[in-house]
Design a protein around this ligand. Structure first.
Ligand code: UP5
Ligand code: MG
Length: 190
C-alpha cells in the first residue's frame, strides 16, 4: 500500500449525518474511490464469511467490530483498486481503530471531513431511510449515537488537535452541504 503512494481522506460524522450521500458526490466530481467500512462489513456478512455472524451481532447492537477485521477489508479494497485516492467513510470509529490503522498500513489521512449534525435530524433521516438495515430501528439508533459520542468523537478531537479536520454543517440540504465539501476538495487538489 505504501508503494502505491495511496492518499486517504477519512469521512466521519454521526449515524445518518450524510457520509455515504456526500461520498457519492465526491466520487463523481473528484475521482476518489469510496470505501464505506460499514458497507464492506455488510458485504462480508452476505458473503457467508466465518466472521459474518459476529459482525451481524455487533452491527445490530451498534458496537464497533474489532479493528483487525475492518482494516483487512479496507486494505484488500485499496490493493484491489486501480485508484490511488480513497474516501474512507465511517472509519476509524475509536482510538484503537485509529492507532491500529496507522500502525498496520503506515497511512495517515491527508485530512478528515467531519459532518456535524444534530441527533434529532440524524434520527429522522435514519428512521425514514427504509433500506432494511438491521440497525435502523430506534433502539439501535440510540446505541449508535451513544457509541459515536463516547468513542468516535475522541478520534475527531485527535485529528482536530493536529489541524486536520474540516468541520461541515451537515444539517443543511444535500446540495448546500456539497457546496461546502467542494470548496474543501478544490483547494486540496491545487
Ligand atoms: N440524507 C443524507 N444527507 C441528507 C441531507 N443533507 N438532508 C436530508 N437528508 C439527507 O444518509 C442517511 C439518510 O439521510 C439517507 O436516507 C439519505 O438520503 C438522507 P447517509 O448518507 O446514508 O448517511 P451516513 O452518514 O452514511 O449514515 P450511516 O447510517 O451509513 O452511518 P453509520 O455511521 O451509522 O453507519 P455505517 O454503515 O458506517 O456503520 C454501521 C455499523 O457498522 C456501525 O454502527 C458499527 O456497528 C459497524 N461498523 C464498525 O464496527 N466499524 C466500522 O469501521 C464501520 C462500521
Ligand atoms: Mg453510510
Amino acid at each position: 500500500l505504501l508503494e502505491k503512494n495511496v492518499k486517504v481522506v477519512f469521512v466521519l460524522g454521526g449515524p445518518g449525518s450524510g457520509k455515504g450521500t456526500q461520498c457519492a458526490n465526491i466520487v463523481e466530481r473528484f475521482g476518489f474511490t469510496h470505501l464505506s467500512a460499514g458497507d464492506l462489513l455488510r458485504a462480508e456478512i452476505k458473503s457467508g464469511s466465518e466472521n459474518g455472524t459476529m459482525i451481524q451481532n455487533m452491527i445490530k447492537e451498534g458496537k464497533i467490530v474489532p479493528s483487525e477485521v475492518t482494516i483487512k477489508l479496507l486494505e484488500r479494497a485499496m490493493l484491489e483498486s486501480e485508484n490511488d485516492k480513497f474516501l474512507i467513510d465511517g472509519f476509524p470509529r475509536n482510538e484503537e481503530n485509529r492507532a491500529a490503522f496507522e500502525n498496520v498500513t503506515g497511512i495517515a489521512p491527508e485530512f478528515v471531513l467531519f459532518f456535524d449534525c444534530a441527533e434529532e435530524e440524524m434520527e429522522r433521516r435514519l428512521l425514514n431511510r427504509n433500506e432494511g438495515r438491521v440497525d435502523d430501528n430506534i433502539e439501535t439508533i440510540r446505541k449508535r449515537f451513544k457509541v459515536f459520542v463516547e468513542s468516535s468523537l475522541p478520534v475527531i478531537e485527535h485529528y482536530s488537535s493536529k489541524g486536520k479536520v474540516h468541520k461541515i454543517d451537515a444539517g443543511k440540504p444535500v446540495s448546500e452541504v456539497f457546496e461546502n465539501v467542494k470548496s474543501i476538495f478544490s483547494s486540496f487538489d491545487k
